[in-house]
Write a new protein. Structure first.
Length: 109
């Protein structure tokens, strides 16, 4: 009996917000890829996130290596979106510097 070769779909799914998650977890694609780019092994990544299987981590990294330009484009878009959200939050939130200073002064007293 010979080995049956099958194509496997990457363990990635898009949630309602447009974020890509890995496996059956809530772990974002960008988290796994950033850890891999920072030098973490697939085993270390799987150990860091108990909801990720080692197979899903390996398959995700494999998908990234085969489709690097597309994934990098997605990651840049996510980074730009995060910058827009951060700028919006900074604009609508009050400056907390004076409140922090008062709290620190009260803690020191």
């Amino acid at each position: 009996m010979g080995l049956v070769l099958e194509r496997e779909m990457p363990p990635l799914h898009e949630d309602a917000t447009g974020a890509i998650r890995v496996g059956d977890s809530r772990v974002l694609l960008e988290v796994v890829i950033q850890a891999f780019q920072d030098g973490a092994s697939p085993e270390a990544i799987a150990l860091s996130y108990s909801t990720l299987s080692l197979a899903d981590v390996y398959n995700t990294i494999g998908y990234y290596l085969c489709h690097q330009a597309d994934v990098d484009h997605y990651l840049r878009q996510r980074e730009q979106m995060a910058d827009v959200i951060q700028a919006h939050l900074s604009h609508i939130q009050p400056d907390l510097t004076s409140i922090r200073s008062r709290l620190r002064a009260q803690q020191g007293a």
